[in-house]
Design a protein around this ligand. Structure first.
Ligand code: SF4
Length: 784
């Protein structure tokens, strides 16, 4: 696409959408003749390469992208300027999807194990043999009359969750663990209980104030690139009427670490982990004491009176909050007043605040700040998500009558989602006999807490007699399977997406193959369709379509899209939205909130019925109350260039981040006589790891922080930092190649691979949401 001044003006970000801005930026109205986005020229022929519009999935933001291939090889992935969320931006991870596609250690053929489980001996087999053996096992389970002995787990690939659930339900099993929370189970539970949605969309591009609790969108967020560009806009040039103004949306961050986000904020307040809730409540207290609340909103749209709420908040003075959180009372009061008078304003919160034992309460406390100031679903405020709903094609298999014994609902009846990390431990407890365990792009051994225990469960052939792993790579979990089916990567698949829209106009985007699947790899939906037909009977009637027909039926009810050409339009353009639709704000005014009362439930009768406090409260974290001298709170964090367990095999990304020291505050390091690069053991109650020290100023003195995504012992040689010869000459040039011993003494070579922190994190859940408490691990540190 030719991207000149005109298209720039048309498509450009709100803050850049004018010639005046162009002048301001360049000093000339004629200087901006750019060609960017959607175009690539062959180096050999000089001709333009045909772009294939698609949708990234190297994280959950699902940005619009283009693939360019030459002579059947994908040579570049670039951004799609027409995509309404990502608007022509993408991150390094999106571009590095090429590394996933062409990883020399990728699994390209069906394989079955030939030695003892986990020994690493495999034999290539045909698809025919793979399909027959699985179908035979599944038919045997049906003949036994216990379809729930088939258990399926997949990762956060929300795109395929509905399809997999369809397959598992059609088989008659309730054990489909496929819907993974976007923002974490605790956040999702709190959001559902409070206003009936799974998450919020802070309308940051149009806000005046961003109050951030335990969130780091500049490095890691489930809507990252789309989110960050709007946060940046809110703090840069903006047109108001005909006047170019310097927008100065204020950004205040509470975090235990000086992250890329807190470092870019106007203010960073280090906070004791797990105490964000009490700070939010103290702010609510100040706002109500000062009479700065939006009383008419509270009366009309919430189920709790302002008078009662004010009384409830009396206990949470800034002084009380200071004693608990370490944040100065005067600062809490000042920020509260600023937030209340800045219109519009919004909070931003994710795992740093909510992946704790008190995560649900904390998220409800933070949401309350938006509620009492009336910043709900307004321009620049805390908005309801806007997206389309896809429909399952008829006939839809019924939800099996037998309840899952592995479901979280018995232990966590309020949980907004199934809790993946508890499924295998429940199998170990004997809750459910399993005959066939199947996973899709799911690596519980690496991704779940207490990974050693998870590995033992997968190795145990009494607990898991047959494990079918559908994946593109030999992950730590795939290595413990019996049969591996090679799945297509996301740049080879055909799928639909409808992420929440930042422009508040719902849209649909398409993921389509940029190249045909390599080797004999197959898209998951095609694998399941084939299996359904081989199992036969009623099951095959639920899969009487091709993947393309299935997708066509999923969007058939979206009239504006079908009128524009439906799937054909998406194949050509990658994305669709109704251009005549205005941004959707105040939507609750027509239909209320999706809660039992139709209002925002500050008072949750559902929580009360389960024995929890019905109001937003601060609930101290039990393990934190007994912390002794010499003990620390260990938190884990994401890297800007990695997505959890999925990207360490991307060479371009691992070149940037391939080791993970433990970050420690400078004063704490001095107290314990530690220096940079000292080797230390980090010890929790379930294990210990060894890494080296990195001393920093920007971290709470009681906190140790370790990044994830490193320390793989499977997942191919690049993830393990092993240099090797292959068709790609770069694989010999891994300058960060791991050395077996003494590698930290060397200056440059041999620093790669790092350590995996999750095995020393115990399985602990928030008692309300059931979400894993990733940030609550109590540890000691020992110099080695
Ligand atoms: S933010 Fe996520 S979806 Fe967007 S380009 Fe980066 S990896 Fe892809």
């Amino acid at each position: 696409m030719k991207f000149n001044r005109r298209t720039f003006l048309k498509l450009g970000a709100a803050g850049a959408a004018s010639l005046g801005l162009e002048k301001a930026l360049t000093g000339s109205s004629d200087a901006m003749e750019l060609i960017m986005g959607g175009a690539e020229v062959s180096r050999t022929t000089g001709k333009h390469l045909k772009p294939v519009p698609s949708t990234c999935l190297n994280c959950y933001a699902r940005c619009g992208n283009y693939g360019f291939n030459a002579y059947g090889t994908l040579i570049k992935i670039g951004p799609n300027p027409e995509h309404p969320n990502s608007r022509g931006r993408m991150c390094a991870k999106g571009q590095a999807a090429l590394n996933l596609l062409y990883d020399p250690d990728r699994i390209l053929y069906p394989m079955k194990r030939v030695g003892p489980r986990g020994e690493g001996k495999w034999e290539r087999i045909s698809w025919e043999e793979a399909y027959s053996s699985i179908a035979e096992k599944m038919k045997g389970i049906l003949e036994g009359g216990n379809p729930e002995e088939f258990v399926f787990q997949s990762d956060r690939d929300i795109t395929t969750a509905d399809f997999i659930e369809r397959f598992v339900h059609a088989f008659g099993s309730p054990n489909a663990f496929v819907h993974h929370p976007l923002g974490g189970a605790n956040k999702q539970t709190a959001q559902r209980l409070t206003w009936g949605e799974d998450y919020e969309i802070p309308d940051v591009a149009n806000t005046e104030y961003m109050l951030i609790f335990g969130s780091n969108p500049f490095e890691a967020h489930y809507l990252r690139t789309s989110f960050v560009q709007r946060m940046t806009e809110a703090r840069s040039l903006r047109y108001v009427g005909s006047d170019l103004l310097r927008a100065k949306a204020k950004m205040v961050t509470f975090d235990v670490r000086l992250t890329q986000t807190s470092g870019r904020s106007d203010e960073w307040h280090p906070i004791v982990p797990g105490t964000d809730g009490v700070v939010a409540l103290a702010m609510c207290h100040v706002i109500m004491e000062e009479g700065l609340e939006d009383r008419s909103f509270l009366r009309k749209w919430t189920n709790y009176s302002p008078e009662k709420l004010k009384k409830h908040l009396k206990q949470y003075t800034p002084k009380v909050a200071e004693e608990i959180s370490g944040v100065q009372a005067s600062e809490i009061a000042r920020i509260a007043k600023e937030f209340a008078v800045s219109k519009p304003a919004t909070t931003i919160s994710t795992g740093g605040a909510t992946k704790h034992h008190n995560g649900v309460y904390t998220e409800r406390c933070i949401a309350l700040l938006n509620i009492i100031t009336g910043n709900i679903d307004n321009r620049g405020g805390y908005c309801l998500p806007k997206s389309f709903t896809f429909r399952e094609p008829a006939p839809v298999p019924p939800v099996p009558r037998r309840k899952s014994k592995l479901s979280s609902s018995a232990t966590y009846p309020l949980a907004g989602t199934e809790l993946h990390h508890r499924v295998l431990p429940l199998i170990k407890e004997g809750r459910q006999t399993v005959k066939l365990y199947m996973t899709y792009q799911h690596n519980p051994v690496y991704a779940h807490p207490e990974g050693k225990m998870i590995a033992q469960i997968l190795k145990d052939e009494d607990l898991i007699p047959f494990y079918v792993c559908i994946d593109s790579f030999m992950t730590e979990s795939a290595a413990l399977s019996d049969l591996i089916l090679p799945s297509a990567t996301f740049v080879e698949r055909l799928e639909l997406e409808t992420p929440p829209a930042f422009e508040m106009v719902p849209f649909v985007s398409l993921r389509q193959p940029m190249v045909p699947p390599l080797g004999e790899s197959v898209q998951i939906s095609n694998i399941l369709i084939e299996l359904a037909h081989r199992i036969g009977g009623k099951m095959s009637s639920y899969f009487d379509f091709t993947t393309e027909e299935y997708l066509r039926q999923r969007i058939a009810h979206i009239r504006p899209l079908t009128k524009s050409g439906g799937l054909s339009f998406l194949k050509k353009n990658g994305v669709f939205y109704d251009q005549s639709m205005k941004p959707q704000y105040d939507t609750y005014k027509k239909k209320g909130f999706n809660t039992p009362s139709g209002k925002i439930e500050i008072y949750s009768s559902r929580m009360e019925a389960q024995g929890f406090h019905p109001l937003p409260i601060y609930d101290p974290i039990p393990t934190h109350q007994s912390i002794k001298s010499g003990e620390f709170y260990m938190i884990i964090h994401q890297w800007m260039v990695h997505t959890h367990d999925r990207t360490a095999n991307c060479m371009w990304l691992s070149e940037i981040i391939h080791e993970n020291p433990v970050y420690i505050n400078a004063k704490t390091a001095a107290k314990y006589n530690l220096e940079n690069h000292d080797r230390v053991k980090v010890i929790s109650k379930v294990g210990e790891i060894e890494t080296h020290v990195q001393i920093v100023e920007g971290i709470h003195p009681q906190v140790l922080a370790i990044g994830d995504s490193c320390g793989h012992w499977e997942f191919g040689r690049i993830a393990q930092a092993k240099a090797f010869k292959s068709n790609d000459p770069n694989t010999r040039l891994l300058w960060w190649e791991k050395k077996e011993s003494g590698f930290f003494a060397e200056e440059v070579r041999g620093k790669g691979n790092g350590v995996h922190p999750k095995p020393i994190i115990p399985i602990i859940s928030d008692p309300i949401g059931g979400g894993q408490c990733w940030m609550d691990t109590k540890v000691r540190i020992k110099k080695v």
